[in-house]
Design a protein. Structure first.
Length: 330
């Protein structure tokens, strides 16, 4: 099977090439450019393309891929909201994805952000580099014996709950389903979680029912001095309301690996650009906010798991033994 790999970053090439010898008969050509109606024509002569969560896989691109006789779309990610599923179905294009790769990677990043904003690591790193050894402005608080509130206790939320438990925190959770594996967690209503938690971490998916879950009303219900962490999806938080809450001194700290305006920024170096109309810039102006660039998943273990599942998906297509949980459009 010949695969054309779009939007290649150096770390993608490294991990896929490392595992490729385990998948004889599969070859990959790596392209830096992402897939779009224009670049989809390059797929002629290939059996499959490999794309990412930010790739343009709307109708126009799928039209071209169909003309190029592409029958398999390998998504090296969990999300697929960027694909026009109706059009893919019409053309009989099979879409396979990587539903989970390393929940611990994202949970560990959420904890890293929580600790960093709590102990002001982003400030102390800069201060000490400038020979400023003063502790003024760096005081944090112990997580030990405080309360963590986990919203969404699926794979990542469960891993986060375990880490918080390990810190000696009382762990509250809110989810539409209770995770039976988490016997140390107390499930409560959302309002109680908001009112009782010193650390709130978001781990539910973005859906109509969770869009802007964190807004003026829910922020008002939180404890003063709370730490809020979002490693899930930007749209869970209404950014304008978050900014109002930060200005009202509601938060001890805020850590965002994802945010509403992130799409043009994700994994791109825009350091030479002037970002206009940016609420992200406003968020970055606050001393108690840390933003990272959707890097929660970005560990060696997670990248290897993504490459392994993607290549296994390609092999399963060839052998006619698709892995049911990885099929987007059964
Ligand atoms: P999952 O499907 O295992 O868990 C999601 C949980 O959210 C489920 O338990 C579900 O019942 C719960 N849920 C659904 N609706 C809810 C609601 N209205 N309120 C509260 N809980 C609700 O998913 P996961 O693998 O744990 O991933 C969670 C999210 O993490 C993903 O949706 C994705 O947005 C995000 N993510 C981020 C990164 C990153 O790099 N930052 C990487 C992977 C995933």
């Amino acid at each position: 099977m010949k695969i054309l790999f779009y939007d290649t970053k150096p770390y993608d090439k490294e991990t896929f090439e490392y595992l490729l010898p385990d998948f004889p008969g599969i070859s990959i050509d790596f392209l830096k450019t992402d897939v779009s109606p224009k670049t989809a024509t390059l797929a002629r002569g290939y059996d499959a393309i490999c794309a990412f969560v930010s790739s343009n896989l709307g109708k126009d691109t799928l039209d071209v891929l169909h003309e190029c006789n592409i029958k398999l779309l390998l998504m090296r990610c969990a999300g697929f909201n960027n694909i026009d599923l109706e059009t893919a179905k019409k053309y009989g294009i099979t879409i396979l994805r990587v539903p989970g790769y390393s929940p611990e990677a994202v949970a560990e990043h959420a904890i890293a952000m929580a600790l960093a904003v709590n102990r002001h690591l982003h400030k102390s790193y800069i201060k000490v580099r400038e020979n400023n050894f003063s502790l003024v402005g760096l005081m944090g608080f112990n997580f030990f014996k405080k309360t963590a509130g986990i919203i969404g206790t699926g794979k990542i939320g469960a891993a986060m709950a375990k880490l918080c438990h390990g810190f000696g925190m009382k762990v509250l959770a809110y989810d539409v389903y209770k995770n039976p594996d988490l016997d140390f967690v107390t499930y409560v209503e959302l309002d109680e979680l908001l009112a009782s938690s010193d650390l709130i971490s978001l781990h539910c998916p973005l859906m109509d029912s969770t869009y802007h879950l964190i807004n003026k009303d829910t922020i008002e219900k939180m404890k003063d001095g709370v730490i809020l962490i979002n490693t899930s999806r930007g749209g869970l938080i209404k950014t304008e309301d978050l900014i109002l809450g930060i200005r009202a001194r509601k938060f001890f700290g805020v850590g965002l690996d994802v945010y509403e305006e992130e799409t043009p920024n994700v994994f791109e170096d825009r350091s030479d650009e002037i970002l206009e109309h940016s609420v992200t810039a406003r968020l970055l102006s606050f001393p108690n906010v840390i933003i990272t660039s959707h890097q929660g998943f970005f560990t060696l273990e997670a990248l290897e798991a993504i490459a392994d599942t993607t290549l296994s998906n390609a092999k399963s297509y060839e052998t006619g033994s698709l892995i049911s949980g990885n099929i987007v459009n059964p």
